[in-house]
Write a protein that binds this ligand. Structure first.
Ligand code: 3HC
Length: 332
């Protein structure tokens, strides 16, 4: 972790002090408040990455929308994908309160200048992957995101409240799907175990690099954007997930998992951090496909954005004309 700085060099002293006091008192920083440039930049970076993850995150499961095994499963999956789109929208809206434009963020994503979560660069090979994404990926997202409801930046914290409620539903639907498969045939049970084997380590990597290799954590914690380190949240996730795996009857693919009586926590093995770095750099199994699809969707949506802008400007002109004629009438 890197050194923490507090007030911005050269910042107007009183404003910087007020900012520090608001953060220290667990109050919220709001869009019109003064804030250090680096605080603003950190929030834009994190919120944009988070928004991009929600939007790109629709692709792996979207792969199964037309092949869900029943109408009920299809309806559930559609509702979940729509929730993710909504999360993306709340988060882009939160980022916009910091003075960036959503179009600019999308442009940065599709040109590879902004990141999204590593987890969405893995393929969904069977329908059990849909259940495992709900259980493990959304489970990891909840561990990481519930503390963000207490983030120091008001619009981000408030967006997270609703997002977390929906993520919690997503996690339970994943678990319910896996329970159904685990009560099914041996082939279905094997399918679940295979999906767990493929998603376990990438899920642990979602929390980011280990603390001693995480350049942003110390400063983000000092500003109360992040409330826990990457390793703390990873441990919380492992402890939460182990009893659920036992209940499901699946084996987690880590021979080093063992209960540590003294710590009151599970010990677990080290993820392959070189794999995380490769995936972040764009060399994961599906990075190219994910960005190509996002770029194509953005281009195909040009006419919708143009039509919406034309409609908005037509309404604005009509509104102005109506106000002008009302003013004329009242003059008479
Ligand atoms: N995937 C891609 N990049 C990652 C990463 C991951 N799993 N973990 C870390 N990184 C990147 C960071 O963004 C940072 O790069 P940058 O400085 O260029 O932005 C670099 O690796 C170093 O990592 P740090 O730990 O120093 O970075 P942070 O302090 O930002 O911590 C984080 C990373 C824990 C992901 C934090 O940004 C965070 O909590 N973000 C909000 C939650 C989020 O974005 N979740 C993504 C998943 S969304 C989701 O799960 C959707 C749901 O529907 C399933």
């Amino acid at each position: 972790m890197v050194a923490v700085h507090t007030a911005e060099p050269g910042a107007p002293g009183e404003l910087a002090e007020r900012f520090e006091a608001v953060v220290a008192a667990e109050q919220r920083v709001e869009p019109r408040d003064w804030m250090p440039d680096a605080y603003r930049a950190t929030l834009i970076r994190q919120i944009a990455q988070h928004a991009h993850s929600e939007i790109i995150g629709m692709q792996p499961e979207g792969n199964w929308l037309t092949r869900a095994p029943s109408l009920r499963r299809k309806a559930i999956l559609l509702a979940k994908a729509q929730d993710e789109a909504g999360h993306g929208l709340y988060l882009y809206a939160a980022a916009e309160t910091l003075g960036v434009d959503r179009a600019e963020l999308t442009e940065k994503l599709i040109s590879g200048r902004q990141k999204y979560s590593s987890i969405f660069n893995y393929p969904t090979l069977t329908f059990a992957d849909v259940g495992v994404i709900g259980w493990l990926v959304d489970g990891a997202a909840i561990c990481n995101q519930v503390p963000l409801c207490r983030c120091s930046y008001g619009p981000y914290a408030r967006a997270m409240v609703r997002i977390c409620k929906e993520e919690s539903f997503h996690q339970r639907q994943g678990f319910e799907l896996l329970m159904t498969l685990m009560r099914g045939t041996e082939a279905q049970q094997r399918m679940v175990q295979d999906a767990v084997d493929r998603w376990w380590w990438p899920s642990l990597m979602m929390f980011g690099p280990p603390d001693d290799d995480s350049p942003n954590t110390a400063q983000s914690m000092a500003w109360r954007i992040k409330r826990h380190t990457n390793d703390e949240l990873r441990q919380r996730f492992v402890d939460m997930t182990l009893p659920q795996a036992q209940h499901l009857g699946v084996t987690l693919p880590d021979p080093e998992l063992s209960w540590n009586e003294a710590r009151g926590s599970w010990d677990f093995g080290e993820p392959d951090w070189s794999e995380l770095q490769r995936v972040i750099k764009g060399q994961g199994p599906c990075n190219t496909q994910r960005i190509d699809r996002r770029r194509a969707a953005h281009e195909q949506g040009t006419w919708v954005r143009e039509a919406a802008a034309a409609y908005a400007s037509k309404r604005a002109t009509a509104g102005k004309q109506a106000t002008a004629s009302k003013e004329k009438e009242s003059d008479v």
